[in-house]
Design a protein around this ligand. Structure first.
Ligand code: ATP
Length: 359
């Protein structure tokens, strides 16, 4: 994939407030890229900087190797779909979609076929004559998408486009958006504060905190190898145990509270890890309760159930393990014939050193 958007040393101040701090970022042509982070971290600002709605206080924004400093939003190869999908309720669906073409100079017949093509892309073929105000939330979102796509931008910028939809509809539209992005092949940049949404949809994700990019990786790497505790905690759940690094090299030797001594490959620790205290991260689904007679394939420890939260498909247990200061959370899939343990039950848990992340 070729590089499409390059941000180099981008800073943005609102008065004294430093909203973007030295952002360096390359987005490739045709990728589904997400900006993920907590409220106020600067995701929307970054998107608006790419679109040209906000100027930068320092650094450069390049699109297709062209410096965008003096290029206004309407002359950039980008188009934005907003959080509150601003469609015109008094117009028809087709008129809403055609709105994007008002300055295109196309004749009536060409406009009509472009509208129909855009509507069919978003699964609304034949809806052109309907009144926009009579659409459901999901359909309105599709109309907003069609209106943005009809201009054939190189980059579609999506600012929390699904946040107004209920959970079921949002999950449905996530899949539709992925399909749409693959079908049209243009670059999508999505702003979201929803980690699951970002993991499901993206080729790569930039996780932002306080105006900075904390980590930029593909979903699996972000989840399995978070580079900091704050990334680990923002993306999913993670248990942290106190431990010590007692030897370094191609393998790292760890002494973990309650779990004892184990070796892990160096990739599971930060680059240049040094001897001494470390936080040991373990995801809840990489731990397991051992039921009657089950044996751990790697290691096990005795535990007492402290709390049980039943989710239907899953049960989350908090368990206490001797010498581990905090209870550990374990996510177990509920299976036929597998009981749900009670609080206070004595059990054994399995852990696997390959699932450890050292911080
Ligand atoms: P959210 O998910 O809540 O929309 P965000 O990550 O998109 O958050 P931004 O909207 O980019 O965050 O805002 C980043 C910071 O900059 C916030 O603290 C916000 O209050 C501030 N900010 C944004 N726009 C302006 C503005 N026009 N003037 C002053 N401050 C602003």
């Amino acid at each position: 994939m070729t590089d499409l958007i390059k941000l180099r040393g981008v800073d943005k101040y609102y008065g004294d407030y430093h909203a973007l701090r030295d952002i360096n970022l390359t987005i490739r042509a045709g990728e589904f890229f997400s900006l993920l982070g907590p409220s106020g971290c600067g995701k929307t600002t970054l998107l608006r900087v790419i679109a040209g709605f906000e100027g930068v206080s320092g650094g450069t924004v390049m699109i297709s190797d062209k410096d965008m400093a003096d290029v206004p939003p309407n002359q950039r190869p980008t188009n934005m779909v907003f959080q509150s999908y601003a469609i015109f309720p008094h117009l028809s669906v087709g008129e809403n979609v055609a709105f994007g073409l008002r300055k295109s100079g196309l004749n009536k017949a060409d406009k009509a076929s472009a509208v129909e093509e855009a509507l069919s892309m978003v699964g609304l073929a034949g809806y052109g004559k309907r009144a926009a105000h009579a659409l459901s939330g999901g359909q309105r979102q599709r109309v907003a998408l069609a209106r943005a796509l009809i201009l054939k931008p190189k980059v579609l910028l999506l600012d929390e486009p699904l946040s107004a939809l209920d959970k079921k509809m949002r999950e449905h539209m996530q899949v539709e958006l992925i399909r749409l992005q693959r079908a049209v092949g243009i670059t999508f940049i999505l702003v979201t504060h929803d980690q699951e949404e970002a993991l499901v949809m993206s080729d790569r994700i930039a996780v932002m905190f306080a105006g900075e990019i904390g980590q930029l990786d593909d979903p699996e790497t972000l989840y399995r190898r978070p580079n900091s505790r704050r990334v680990a905690e923002f993306i999913g759940k993670m248990n942290f145990l106190p431990g010590r690094v007692t030897a370094t090299g191609d393998t790292i030797t760890l002494d973990i509270a309650g779990f004892g001594v184990t070796d892990v490959p160096a990739v599971q620790a930060p680059e240049g890890a040094t001897l001494g205290e470390a936080a040991i991260g373990i995801r809840p689904e990489t731990l397991a309760i051992l039921f009657d007679g089950e044996k751990a394939s790697r290691h096990e420890a005795a535990a007492v159930v402290d709390e049980v939260v039943y989710y239907g498909d899953m049960t989350y247990y908090d368990v206490r393990v001797n010498n581990v200061p905090e209870p550990l959370t374990i996510a177990m899939k509920n299976m036929i014939g597998r009981p749900v343990l009670d609080v206070g039950a004595q059990t054994r848990i399995a852990w696997d050193e390959r699932a450890i992340v050292v911080f």
